[in-house]
Design a protein around this ligand. Structure first.
Ligand code: URA
Length: 423
């Protein structure tokens, strides 16, 4: 095969053959196909799309580029969740211990943040002592013992995707349904989970901005999982405004612990419970009551043991940023929008995220929300608190938030608290 022929095939809108796909993924993983060739092919896929059988073969080839994990030695079923990424999306933290309460093993292989979306591992690393890297044997032992593990995906899982994802990030080819679906599902199928619930985000803070695109992405991924023998389903959930009241590493851990203690913001609790119910249904526990396990402390018990098993101290105070800066409402009315993407960029600029792989993140940095869309606000009232170790970052974070807050004047004499806005 010749890389140029493969590129030309897709450039001309034709269907790649199985042999072409197998060859190009393998050759790219081995460094035989050059980055510039793969980026031309990724752009051709972005422009011309792929048919379902092509996406399935592409996914299989990415799985075959690395190792497959095997949880069949465990005494319990496995269930995993994957979110397509958002702002303030800390759901994995309360969800993994919550599902484990019901004797289902949750192998949550997670990543770090890049750009405006946060990373689960960065969040957990704000807990003093906690470590993300576990060997496969440690992971299996913890799954058998506690049922929940959140750790870094080893380098052996879908290495083709690691190369391709980094390339897409720098070539404007991330937002492609075939490329996103195959990227996510190759890792999840290689991980070997028995069931998988996909949380497909829609809105400004998500990769998919419209419901139609999100639905097509969800359908594509569910079909890929099902065809590979993984019980897979998807929820489409809103990412037009941040989830919960925090975006940032330690800030999100604090909020997750509130949820595990039976409190926390309603949207975080509701999404955690909805995803838990779906995971438990797929794993054969349809009668489990996850809301009760949040209320009575069982999920918190698993969380504490899970953190301690990975070297963390669940009782240690979480780091806080050295400086804060408060953004206030500029008018009376009803908050009708608080843009997720802008808040994500602000949190990133404050130091919660990294500009390139390998940069350090600040544990305490981020954005705290004091109101959510639909709530009445008064001029001068605090809307957001920005947190950073570095005061010089506040100006750039405020720039990112320019135009991100929409306040509708309340109608004369109306009860603002009764007004409704899209949340
Ligand atoms: N997450 C992934 O793992 N891959 C994508 O392409 C997008 C989100």
């Amino acid at each position: 095969f010749d890389a140029v022929d493969v590129i030309r095939t897709k450039r001309d809108g034709l269907v790649l053959s199985d042999a072409q796909i197998d060859w190009v993924i393998d050759a790219y993983t081995r460094g035989v196909v050059a980055h510039e060739q793969m980026s031309a092919l990724a752009m051709a896929i972005w422009l011309n799309g792929m048919e379902r059988p092509e996406i399935a073969r592409w996914t299989q080839a990415m799985i075959a580029s690395g190792e497959r994990m095997d949880f069949s030695s465990l005494s319990k079923p496995t269930a995993d969740k994957h979110s397509t990424g958002g702002v303030g999306d800390k759901i994995t933290l309360p969800l993994a211990p919550l599902v484990a309460v019901f004797d289902v093993a949750v192998p949550q292989l997670s990543g770090r943040g890049l750009g405006h979306t946060g990373g689960t591992l960065d969040k957990l690393e704000s807990i003093p002592g906690w470590r993300a890297d576990l060997s496969n044997a440690e992971m299996l032992a913890q799954l058998e013992d506690l049922g929940a593990v959140i750790c870094a995906a080893g380098a052996g899982l879908a290495p083709a995707d690691k190369r391709l994802y980094a390339l897409r990030d720098t070539t404007g080819t991330v937002e492609s349904i075939p490329l996103i679906a195959s990227s996510i599902m190759s890792k999840k199928i290689a991980e070997g989970t028995g069931s998988l619930v996909l949380d497909v985000k829609v809105g400004s803070g998500a990769f998919m901005k419209t419901l139609d695109d999100a639905r097509e992405l969800a359908r594509t991924m569910v079909d890929l999982g099902t065809d590979a023998g993984v019980r897979t389903s998807a929820l489409l959930t809103d990412m037009s405004t941040p989830l919960g009241l925090t975006a940032g590493n330690a800030l999100e851990v604090r909020e997750s612990v509130e949820v595990l203690a039976g409190g926390g913001p309603q949207d975080v609790v509701d999404l955690t419970v909805a995803l838990a119910e779906e995971m438990l249904r797929l794993a054969g526990r349809p009668d489990a009551d996850p809301r009760a396990a949040l209320a009575d402390g069982r999920a918190m018990d698993v969380w504490r043991r899970m953190i301690a098993a990975q070297g963390g101290d669940p009782d240690a105070p979480l780091p806080t940023a050295r400086h804060t800066d408060v953004v206030t409402a500029d008018a009376d009315g009803v908050l009708d929008s608080l843009d997720a993407y802008a808040v994500g960029i602000a949190a990133w600029r404050l130091g919660a995220g990294r500009a390139k792989q390998g940069d350090p993140v600040q544990a305490g940095a981020g954005v705290e929300l004091h109101a959510k869309p639909g709530e009445a606000v008064r001029a001068g009232q605090p809307l957001l608190t920005l947190h950073s170790d570095d005061e010089a970052r506040f100006a750039r974070a405020r720039e990112a938030l320019d135009g991100a807050v929409g306040i509708e004047p309340a109608a004369e004499g109306a009860d603002a608290s009764g007004a409704s806005a899209g949340t």
